[in-house]
Write a protein that binds this ligand. Structure first.
Ligand code: ADP
Length: 163
């Protein structure tokens, strides 16, 4: 069974990476797919986000990195994925995630959404929190992969972190 892990990944955090590592052990193949959302202006270009994920997952067999626009269910079919993987950090994620899962089920009854509970020590992590900390010069080395920490320092004109 192949799975699709879709998201904005703007940027990739250690919370995302934990989910990718666990997902790659559960499935024969895992496609990590960056959504090109025309309604959002990302901090990092699509190309950079793809590179960040590729770099951080190069040690994982069976993980592919891709980008897509349009409906997740269409892209899941295109990839041959039977499962959409998502993460749950807190109760606040639940309502939104359940709505998307139900919508996707109504569009593609053969696809299942599987939720993995976040690792406790990553449960406070989001791409927004990471950008906020980096913007004001805080240490993000325990929140993101080394390459992303360098990118964040560059983005906010801070000196490069000791990764
Ligand atoms: P989206 O814009 O689709 O929510 P994100 O990049 O924010 O994209 O998140 C993609 C998926 O990763 C979501 O299912 C989200 O709940 C999950 N996720 C985000 N942060 C974490 C984390 N710290 N631990 C586990 N899962 C996470």
């Amino acid at each position: 069974m192949r799975a699709l892990y879709p998201g904005s990944f703007d940027p990739l955090t250690l919370g995302h990476l934990d989910l990718i590592e666990r997902g790659s052990r559960l499935f024969d193949g895992l496609v990590v797919a960056v959504l090109q959302n025309p309604g959002k202006t990302p901090a990092f270009s699509l190309e950079r986000r793809l590179e960040q994920i590729q770099e951080a997952t190069s040690h994982l067999a069976g993980v592919e990195v891709a980008s897509f626009d349009g409906l997740t269910v269409h892209f899941a079919r295109h990839c041959g994925a039977g499962v959409i993987l998502r993460g749950l950090r807190a109760l606040s994620d639940f309502e939104f995630e359940l709505q998307i899962a139900h919508t996707n089920k109504s569009l593609a009854p053969d696809l299942e959404t599987l939720f993995l509970a976040t690792a406790v020590h990553h449960s406070f992590l989001s791409s927004s929190v990471v950008k906020e900390v980096a913007r004001f010069g805080g240490d993000v080395n325990h929140m993101v992969p080394p390459g992303v920490a360098v990118d964040l320092a560059r983005l906010f004109n801070r000196s490069s972190p000791q990764a």
